[in-house]
Design a protein. Structure first.
Length: 317
């Protein structure tokens, strides 16, 4: 039986994904060069796992892969106006951990694919393997990698998580998505720490998202603290300013995935509260949440640094 790509897409949509596309396993040829360049310039900071050589060859992840099925899940939710003294938590982290939300249906898609053709092998990933997810999403026609280095869709802007199934089945493929950024440079100008060092390239050493989530040092660099503006988990500045996200906001496009509804204590919590949050409360509040990656110590560090910057700014005024 020949598997029709439309059947795969229908299955992915039935499983709740908002967008789905397919790329040929050899579709990324030239993107690998820019990954190597990004790594050699030190833009990965201390994220050593980014150097995994399998990242440059999907065949090393699943030998015999013929097609990459890429899915996107819309995660935007209404955001209350921040009040004075409150911490900013990125939208991606306010609800249930996306690895958990997407992992189960993606594995189901992989099992379903395997059941369609005996002898076939399929594997599911959502930021859980050495795979260039944005580049695959662009190749599979879901959207384009914007100058802010995020994958942007016409329907939901960049408020989408990505995941994929590598499969040995040969499927009809989609056309790579054209880039719609044009002459716009809003994100480049908006980044508070000048971390978008060239269009679509983030130097993680300068990025608030890296420092608030991945950096395990005891203190944050002063340049980062100065641009922090109350961000304590990730940063959404280069996305909120994007016209494609503002358009989806105007259309009141919000996710229909109940699990992604923000947990009340992560929407605008007081900085002072987070700066002294005890380990037990952190454990409780981060059950099933992506914020657990920040660790209790990291959250206290980020909140204390933000509070110090706030006080310094108030004294200077
Ligand atoms: C490392 C990483 C980070 C790092 C580095 C960010 C970065 N942009 O590279 C840090 C910690 C800073 C980070 C931050 C964030 N991250 Co992150 N991160 C990743 C991760 C694990 C790898 C990304 C990567 O490979 N970067 C290295 C660069 C070199 O690769 P790349 O950006 O894909 O670059 C390719 C393209 O630029 C392409 N290319 C270059 N030039 C050209 C030209 C053309 C014509 C074409 C076609 C391609 C092309 O070639 C490059 C190499 O393949 C992915 C998950 C994954 N496995 O892919 C999530 C991921 C990118 N992150 C995600 C999210 C949500 C975020 C944050 C929004 C979280 C937050 N709110 O704080 C921020 C966004 C910051 C930003 N503006 O990018 C989502 C993004 C979803 C989306 N819509 O894009 C991902 C995909 C996770 C997921 N499964 O959903 N992240
Ligand atoms: S996430 Fe924030 S700090 Fe990082 S590139 Fe975007 S605007 Fe700059
Ligand atoms: S703000 Fe403008 S340049 Fe940046 S990603 Fe959005 S459309 Fe592209």
């Amino acid at each position: 039986m020949v598997l029709d790509t439309q059947q795969v897409k229908n299955k992915a949509r039935d499983l709740g994904f908002h967008k789905v596309g397919v790329a040929r396993a050899d579709a990324l040829g030239k993107d690998i060069t820019s990954l190597q360049r990004w790594l050699s310039l030190g833009y990965a900071a201390d994220m050593d796992w980014m150097h995994d050589s399998r990242r440059q060859d999907v065949q090393a992840v699943l030998p015999g892969t013929r097609s990459v099925v890429v899915v996107a899940l819309h995660y935007n939710t209404p955001q209350p106006e921040p009040e004075p003294g409150t911490a900013r938590i990125s939208r991606y982290a306010q609800g249930r951990d996306y690895h958990k939300v997407m992992g189960k249906p993606l594995r189901e898609l992989a099992h379903w694919l395997d059941a369609q053709q005996p002898g076939n092998r399929s594997r599911a990933y959502v930021d859980t393997g050495p795979i260039q997810e944005k580049a695959w999403a662009q190749a599979a026609g879901l959207g384009w990698i914007g100058k802010n280095a995020c994958l942007i869709t016409l329907e939901y802007g960049s408020w989408v998580f990505l995941g994929e199934v590598l499969t040995t089945i040969e499927l009809e493929t989609d056309i790579p998505h054209p880039n719609h950024c044009g002459t716009c440079t809003r994100c480049l100008k908006s980044c508070p720490t000048d971390a978008i060092v060239e269009p679509a390239h983030i130097d993680a050493r300068l990025c608030l998202a890296y420092h608030t989530i991945e950096n395990r040092a005891e203190t944050l660099p002063s340049t980062i603290a100065h641009g922090q503006n109350n961000w304590v988990v990730g940063c959404d500045v280069c996305q909120s300013c994007c016209p494609f996200n503002q358009r989806s906001e105007r259309w009141q496009k919000f996710t229909d995935i109940a699990d992604l509804t923000p947990r009340p204590f992560w929407q605008n919590p007081q900085l002072t509260k987070l700066a002294s949050l005890d380990d037990a409360t952190f454990e409780l509040w981060t059950r099933g949440s992506a914020i657990r990656r920040v660790r209790a110590q990291g959250l206290r560090r980020n909140s204390t640094t933000a509070l110090t910057s706030l006080r310094e700014q108030n004294w200077a005024e």
